[in-house]
Structures are given as structure tokens and as C-alpha cells.
Design a protein around this ligand. Sequence first.
Ligand code: SF4
Length: 337
Amino acid sequence: MPNILEKIKQAGLVGRGGAGFPAHLKWKAVASAKSKKKYLVVNFSEGELGLFKDIHIMQKFPDVVFSGIRLALDFIGSRDCYFNYNKEYYKKTKSLVLPLIKRYEGAGYRFYIYGEEPSYIGGEETALLNAIEGRRTEPRAKPPFPTTSGLFSCPTLVHNIETLYNIALVGQQKFENKRFYCLSGGKSEGVYFLPADWSIQKVLKQTENYPVFNFFVQIGGSVSGEVLNSNQIKKREVEGAGSIEVYPIKTKPRDLMLKWFDFYACESCGKCCPCRLGSYNISKILKQNKKIDWKEIINLLESMEKTSFCALGKMTYIPVESYIKNVLKLKISLKQI
Ligand code: SF4
């Protein structure tokens, strides 16, 4: 389909893995890169808490996802697809996916399955490429970007399952600017496919997840996402990877912070000190003291933001800063952050 790139551009399709990068720019970069070998890497491994849409999509619409895979491979001029499959998802969907792989292999496409334990850093494209190559799962310095030098130094297109699903819809002229929302903490937890421009409040109400209690939400991932109070959700749309988690207003700050920082401490790849020690030390401070020492934590977050190697360490301040400002409404200066 020669004008698929234009259609993807006109649809305004962005990656749904969290970064929100325009899909047509990635396609153009990989297709125009000069190389005999190019790859598509399918990331089917949601590593953050609160995200479970890709497994839902694959269980419900495996044919559509594979139609998106074929469009992507044909456009970049490749037959080689690495399928990054978290082990838990493999068990749940292999009976759907393996026959499709066999069918596409019959048409000349080549699939390589790479299995891994779910990990947050595995969602970072270059860390994923390192893992597939058998190296440590840690991010690479950029540039070069994977679109020009990715898997085995070849131009590589990396997409998650929801993005490939949307690409198929664009190809079939059925794309309607909807997105998959992962809802948790409310009455009707689950995955919902609804317009991408709805406010968070509207999504919660339409899905019967709007709480009867006082609440706040975390959007775009239940660890790294921004925290908003119930007044802020009237006009704001969901960002990032598309999750909304509802918390009762009486949630204890220490419990919430520990949820985040135990996760960060565990998921830090360990490549750089600010993130490896910063997240571990914040978790330790929280465990050792009943009262939160915000000043000390903010100092550590500031160091992490300024000196960490990749976004995992650099963006750790986002949930904390937004929680302090929007929910706790503490008068703590975060100017330097
Ligand atoms: S910030 Fe550093 S330690 Fe943390 S995940 Fe990135 S590279 Fe690894």
C-alpha cells in the first residue's frame, strides 16, 4: 500500500507504548535508511504497573495485530520480525500467536521469538535491543537512534502491540482516533476502547469507574505517571501509555511512595549510580522513618533528574512532584526540579 505512510501521518497516529512519538516519522526514517538488512521489533511486554492493554488486544484481536505487523514489514522492506514476548504473556497467548506466525512464515516472513521476564527497562527501545542481542538489558546512548542503527546495528522499527493494532486499522480505513484505557482502582476495572480525546472524568464516568469516595488519580502508568486531583480531571486527557488508576484520598503517602520506589529500586537497570542508588535510598528512607522527610527525598530526586543516564531515572520526580503539588498541596519548594 504505497500511501500508507501518508494515511498514518494524517491519522496523527503516535506510538502507544508511552513515549507518544509520531509513528510516521519512525517509518520514514527506517524506510529511507540505507541498509540491506532492516528489522521490525514487536514489543509485547508491558513492564509497568497498571498496564495490561497489550495482552487484552492480543487475546481479542491477534489477526488485526498481525495485519499491522505485515504492513510495517512491507513498508520498511524487511521480512524479519523479532517478537519480544514476556513469558507470562507467552503462556496466555501462544495458542493464538504461534499459528499466525506459522501462517506468515508460509508467506515468506521470518519471526524470531525472544522471551523475557517482564521488566520496566525492557520498554526502553535500546535496552530491549541490547537484551535481544544477548547484552545487558540497559539503555544505549542516543544518537544513533534505532531507526538508523538498532538491532545488530541495522535500521529497526520498534512498536508495541497497540500501535500495530492501530496501524492495521489505518490500513483498513477504520481508524477513529480511539485508544485503549487500562482502568484500575474503580468499580469496573478493565480495558476500554474509547475516544482518545475524552477527558479523564468522562472516561471514568462512562466506564462506571467514577468513585463515590474522595479520590485522586495517577495517569499514564501506575508508577511513572502524573498524579492529578479530582478537579483537574475534568478537562485533562490521558497521556502516556493510557492507564488511569483511582486512589482513595485517604491513601497513606508513605504506602504510595513505597509502591513507587520499591518498583523503581527493583527495576533500575543499575547502569548509572544516580538511579541505582537514588531509588534504593528513597525506598530505604521511607522504610526507616514513619514520617516522610520530603526535603531529603526531593534532594535525591533532583540529583536523579540532573544526572541519570535515561528517562527512568530522570523522570522519577514526576509522580512525586505532581502528588505533592496536586494532592497533598504541601508548601515544599520544587523549583530546582
Ligand atoms: S537511569 Fe541509569 S540505572 Fe536507571 S534505568 Fe536508566 S540507565 Fe539504568
